[in-house]
Design a protein around this ligand. Sequence first.
Ligand SMILES: [Zn+2]
Ligand SMILES: [Zn+2]
Length: 482
Amino acid sequence: MSTSLYPELWEIINTQQQFIALLVYQLSSIYANSKAPRPTDIADLDYQKMTVDELPKVVEMEKLDYKELLQEHLHQTGKPLKPVQRRASSPTVSSAIHCPRCQAPADYLYLNNGKSDNDQYLCKVCANLFNYKNRYTKEVIFQCPHCEKNLVKIKDRKGFDIYKCLNKACPYYKKRLKSLSKKELKQFKKNKSLFKMHYIYRNFDLTLSDLEAVPDFETKVRLNKIHSSPYVLGLILTYHVNYGLSAEKTAALMFDVHQLKISGQTIRNYARTVAHWVQPLTDYYPYELSDQFCGDETYIRVQGKWHYIYFFFDAEKKIILSHRYNRHRDTETAIKAIHDVIRRFKQVPDALQLVVDGNPIYKLAQAFYAQNGIDFEVIQVIGLTNKDKVSQEYRPLKQIIERLNRTFKGNYKPLGGFHSGAGPLAHVTLFTTYFNFLRPHAKLEKNVPVLLPELNECPDMPQKWVKLLHMSENFIKKRQAS
Ligand SMILES: [Zn+2]
Ligand SMILES: [Zn+2]
C-alpha cells in the first residue's frame, strides 16, 4: 500500500472517532433521561450521616492594626518591617487588596501559593492567611461547641460550606467512637467515610434576608397583548388548565366547537401571560392556614430532561403554598419551598410540622432555619410501607400530597412534556391558581379550598377565570400603592 494514503486514512479514523464520541454522549444522555428518576432509595441515603449537630461557637477574629504592629516590630527588633520583596517575574498583588485582619496594604501581602487565580494571601504583618473571595468569612471563626477547637472548612457544596472538627480528642468524636458496635467499628476502620464521627457545621450561602425580599410585581408583560376577548381567554384557560388539554388540542377544540382560529403557540403565549398575572395573587393571597403541611417533589420532562417541582401543601385546608421548579433536587430549592410556607406566619407556630419524604435536603433545610432561629418539626415518611411508627402515623398526610402530585401529573401528562423552561413554570403556576381557587375538592364537601365570594357570582368557569384575572390585577395595584 502506498504510504501516501496514510494521511487520508488517518483523517477517516479521526472523523469516525469523533462520531463515536458524539454517539456515546448522546446515548448516555438518552439513557439518563429515558426513565423517570427513581424515588430516592433509602439505602442510598445514609440517615446516620444526616444528623444535624448543634450550632458552633462563633468567635469574632481579633481585629489588629498594622500600623501598631509595625511600630511594635520596630520597637522589638530595632529594624522596620520591610514590605514583601517581589521578583520582577512574580505576579503582583492588586493594591485594592488589604489584610482583612490588620488592614495591611498589598505591599505586605504574599501571594501564598504564587498563583493569582487561586488567590490565597499571607499577611507579613499579622501572619493572617486569607482567601480574597472569602476574606469576610475569615472575620469570624467557627469553633466546635464540644472542644472549642477551630473548625476546618472541608468542602464546598452547592448552597453551603461544610466545617468539621478534626480534633481526635474532641468529646463529640470520642463519644461517637464509643457508641459504635464491634461490627460497626470494623466497618469504620475499613471505610471511614461510612460514618459521621466528627462534629459538623454547615454554613449556608443563603441568608434569610435574601429569602425575605418581597418580589416586585412591576409587570412587563401586558394583558392587552391578548387579542382574544376576555370570554374566549376564559374558555381557553378552562380547557388548557382545568382539563389539562395540550395547547394544540385546545386550539383544535376552539376551532371545532367554537369556530375560532387560534394557534397552539398563541395559546402557550396566553398561558405564560396569564400565569404572570395571577402569580402574585396565588402566591401572596392571605390564606387561612392550619399547622400541618406536607411537601413532595414530582418530576416532569422539559426538553427531554427530567426536572423537579416542589410542592408544599396545607394538608387540612388543601391549599398549595409552594410550587418551586428546578432542574435539580437541591437544598437551596428545599429551603425556598419551605420559606413559601413559613413566610405566611407572623410568628411560626410552635407545633408547625412539615411532613416530607426521606430526602435529606429537608433535614438540611431545617438546619438552615434552626441557624436562623426558626424551629419547626420535619417528619420524614420513608419508603412505601410503614416500617416505623412515624411512617405509620404520618402516612395519611404523605398520601394527601401524593394525591396532589397525581392530580398535577394527570393534569400535566396530556400536555406531553415541555419544550422550554418557561412552559412548566407557567403551567405549574396556573395549576396552583386553579387548584386553590377554582377546583372543587372532594374532601372539602366539593368546595374549593379558598372561597372567593366574587367568583361565586360568575355563572361559568370561563367567567371565573376572567374575574380572577381582574382580581389579581387589583391585588397587584393595591400592593404597588401600599
Ligand atoms: Zn494582617
Ligand atoms: Zn470538637
